[in-house]
Design a binder for this molecule. Structure first.
Ligand code: NAP
Length: 530
C-alpha cells in the first residue's frame, strides 16, 4: 500500500498543501520519505462538515451493521501485513514483536467492541410503561437509552502507534457507539497512521458506511488539533499525551459557545507501595519484577511505575541494591522520538541537580550512536524530602524510577495522601502487612483508577471490566476509561422518549424486545431471551 502523505477526508484525499513534515527514524535521527502535508483550515472545515453529515446516516445504522464495519477494519488492518510492521518500526524505534503484539491488540479491541454492540444491552435500555389510571396523576410511557453524541476527534498517541492511535481504543469505542471519527495523526508516526486510515477507509466502503464516517488529518504546530476541537460540528474529544496538551485542549473545548467533553489521558507516576513483610519474604522477586515493569517499552508507558515507596530497613536496602544492579545493567534503548528523548534527558538532569535526591543510577549513553537512546535511571529520596518537594512526584516519561524511603506508617500514608490522581496504585503485601492495608487502600481508592495487588501496573488487559482512567490529572474525567468496553459510554448520552409511537422507537426500546437484549422494564431487569 503506497503512502501519499495527504490527509484523508472520508472517501477522498486532500490536496497537497504548502507546508509539510517528515517522520524521523529515532534510531538514526534521519528523515523518512514521503512528506506529510499539513491540513489547512479549509480541510478541517471539510472533514468536520462531512462527519456531521455522515452522523445523520451512521447513527441510524443497526448495531449489526456497525459491528460488521468494525470487524472489517480489523480484517483490513491484518491484510496490510509486513508493510505496516516495517513502517511502524522505522517511525517509532519499537521492536517487531511489540508492533506485531500491538497490531493484535488493536484488531482484538475492534472485534471486542463489535461483539459488545452485536448485543445491544450496552445501551442501558430502560422502560417504564404508562399507568393511565395512576392517582393523582397518570404516568406517561417513558423509555430511555444511550445514543451517540456526534462526530468525535481522536488524538493519536505517540507511545502506542496502533492501539491508542488511528484505529485504537477511542476510535473503536466512538465508531461502535455510532459516532463518526476524525483522527488527528501524531507527527511521530504519520506513515503508520496513513496505512491504518486507508484500511479503515476501505472497510467503510466495503460495508456501505457513509462518506465521512472516518477522516485522518495531518498537521503539527497545534493548529489542526485546536481547530478541530473548536469546530462546532465536533461533539467530543479523545486524547492521550502530555498534561500540557490535554489541559490546553480541555480549555479550547470549555471556551466554545457549546462546550464539549474532552477525555484526556495524561501523566501518571503509578505509585507502588512495598510493605515490609512482602519485601522481607520476596524482595528479590519484587526487585526483578519492578525492573521489568520500569524498563518495559523504554519506560514509555502511561502505567510505568515512577514512584516506589520502600521502608528504610535492611530488607528494603537489599531490595534497592538488587533493583539498582539490574537497572545499571540495562542496555540503553531507542526512545520514540527526539522530543520525548529530550524531555526525558531534561527530567533526569533536574533530578540529578536536586540536592534532596540521591542519584543511584544516572544512566549512560550506551554503545551505539543513536541520537534517541534512553538509559535507565534510579533516584532515591527520603519521605520528608518527597513531601517537601512536589516536583519529585512529577512523571518522568522514560525508564526513570524514584524510590521513596519511608520509616513509619505515618510517613507512608502522608506520601500517598500527597499524590495527585493516578491511573494505577500497586500494593505488595504479605502476612502481617495486611493489618495496615486498610488505610492504604482507603487512600488509593480516592486517588487511582486501578488497584493492583502483588504484581505490577504495566500490561493493561483489554477486557470488559478494565478501568484505565483515574482522577485528574491522570485523566480529565475520572469517571471514564480509555481501555475496555466501559469506554463505549464516553461518546454517548442518554435520551428519553416519552409516549413515543412504537414505530418511531429504536429497536432496543420496542415492545416485545425484538433485539432480545437485557433491559430494565418497570424496575425489573429482564434477561435476554432467545
Ligand atoms: P503531546 O505533546 O501532548 O501531543 C499529543 C498530540 O496532541 C499531538 O497530536 C499534538 O499536536 C496535540 N497537541 C498537544 N498540545 C496541543 C495544544 N496545545 N493544542 C492543540 N494540539 C495539541 O504528547 P506527545 O507528543 O505524545 O509526547 C510529549 C510528552 O507527553 C511526553 O514526553 C510525555 O511526557 C507525555 N506523554 C505521556 C503519555 C502518558 O500516557 N502518560 C503518553 C504520551 C506522551 P501537534 O502534532 O500539532 O503538536
Amino acid at each position: 500500500m503506497e503512502i501519499s502523505g495527504t490527509s484523508i477526508i472520508g472517501f477522498s484525499s486532500a490536496p497537497q498543501s504548502d507546508t509539510s513534515i517528515k517522520a524521523v527514524d529515532p534510531s538514526t535521527g534521519l528523515e523518512i520519505e514521503p512528506s506529510f502535508y499539513n491540513a489547512e483550515s479549509e480541510i478541517v472545515e471539510q472533514a468536520a462538515t462531512l462527519a456531521s453529515q455522515a452522523f445523520l446516516v451512521y447513527s441510524k445504522k443497526s448495531s449489526h451493521e456497525r459491528a460488521s464495519f468494525l470487524n472489517e477494519i480489523a480484517t483490513q488492518i491484518e491484510s496490510i501485513g509486513a508493510a505496516l510492521v516495517t513502517r511502524a518500526m522505522q517511525e517509532t524505534g519499537l521492536p517487531e514483536g511489540r508492533i506485531k503484539g500491538e497490531t493484535g491488540r488493536t484488531t482484538g479491541q475492534l472485534r471486542l467492541f463489535a461483539s459488545l454492540i452485536e448485543d445491544g444491552s450496552w445501551t442501558q435500555a430502560r422502560i417504564e410503561t404508562a399507568l393511565p389510571d395512576r392517582s393523582p396523576l397518570p404516568r406517561p410511557d417513558i423509555r430511555s437509552m444511550s445514543r451517540p453524541l456526534g462526530p468525535v476527534v481522536v488524538f493519536a498517541a505517540s507511545n502506542f502507534p496502533l492501539a491508542f492511535s488511528t484505529a485504537g481504543g477511542d476510535t473503536a469505542s466512538a465508531l461502535a457507539s455510532g459516532c463518526p471519527v476524525i483522527v488527528k495523526a501524531h507527527s511521530s508516526h504519520p506513515g503508520t497512521a496513513e496505512l491504518i486510515a486507508r484500511a479503515v477507509q476501505k472497510a467503510a466502503k466495503i460495508t456501505g458506511m457513509p462518506d465521512g464516517v472516518f477522516s485522518l488529518l495531518f498537521g503539527g504546530g497545534r493548529t489542526v488539533g485546536s481547530a478541530l476541537v473548536a469546530h462546532p460540528a465536533i461533539k467530543a474529544v479523545g486524547f492521550t499525551g502530555s498534561t500540557a496538551g490535554g489541559t490546553a485542549l480541555m480549555e479550547v473545548a470549555a471556551k466554545r459557545p457549546e462546550p464539549i467533553p474532552v477525555y484526556a489521558e495524561m501523566g501518571s507516576v503509578n505509585p507502588i507501595v512495598l510493605l515490609p513483610e512482602a519485601v522481607a519474604h520476596n524482595g528479590d522477586a519484587i526487585a526483578a519484577g519492578l525492573h521489568i515493569s520500569a524498563t518495559m517499552g523504554v519506560g514509555q508507558f502511561c502505567t510505568n511505575p515512577g514512584v516506589v515507596c520502600i521502608k528504610k530497613d535492611a530488607s528494603g536496602d537489599a531490595l534497592v541494591d538488587h533493583f539498582v544492579e539490574k537497572m545499571k545493567d540495562t542496555a540503553a534503548q531507542v526512545m520514540l522520538n527526539p522530543t520525548i528523548h529530550r524531555a526525558y534527558k531534561d527530567a533526569l538532569s533536574k533530578m540529578q541537580a536536586n540536592k534532596s535526591v540521591t542519584t543511584l543510577v544516572s544512566g549512560s549513553a550506551g554503545d551505539n550512536d543513536s541520537p534517541c537512546l534512553g538509559t535507565a535511571a534510579v533516584f532515591e529520596a527520603s519521605a520528608s524530602s518527597f513531601l517537601k518537594d512536589e516536583s519529585l512526584s512529577h512523571e518522568i516519561f522514560g525508564p526513570g524510577t524514584t524510590l521513596v524511603r519511608w520509616e513509619n506508617k505515618e510517613d507512608l500514608l502522608a506520601i500517598l495522601e500527597s499524590l495527585q490522581g493516578q491511573l494505577t496504585g500497586t500494593i505488595h503485601a504479605s502476612g502481617t502487612d495486611w493489618e495496615n492495608h486498610g488505610e492504604i487502600l482507603e487512600i488509593l481508592e480516592r486517588k487511582v483508577g486501578r488497584i493492583v495487588y502483588n504484581s505490577f501496573p504495566t500490561g493493561v488487559e483489554v477486557c470488559h471490566s478494565m478501568v484505565h482512567g483515574g482522577p485528574f490529572p491522570a485523566t480529565s474525567d475520572g469517571r471514564s476509561t480509555s481501555v475496555g468496553t466501559h469506554a463505549i459510554s464516553r461518546f454517548t448520552r442518554l435520551i428519553a422518549y416519552q409516549d413515543s409511537p412504537q414505530s418511531l422507537l429504536p429497536d432496543e426500546l420496542k415492545d416485545g424486545n425484538p433485539l432480545r437484549i437485557v433491559r430494565l422494564e418497570n424496575g425489573k431487569t429482564v434477561e435476554a431471551t432467545i
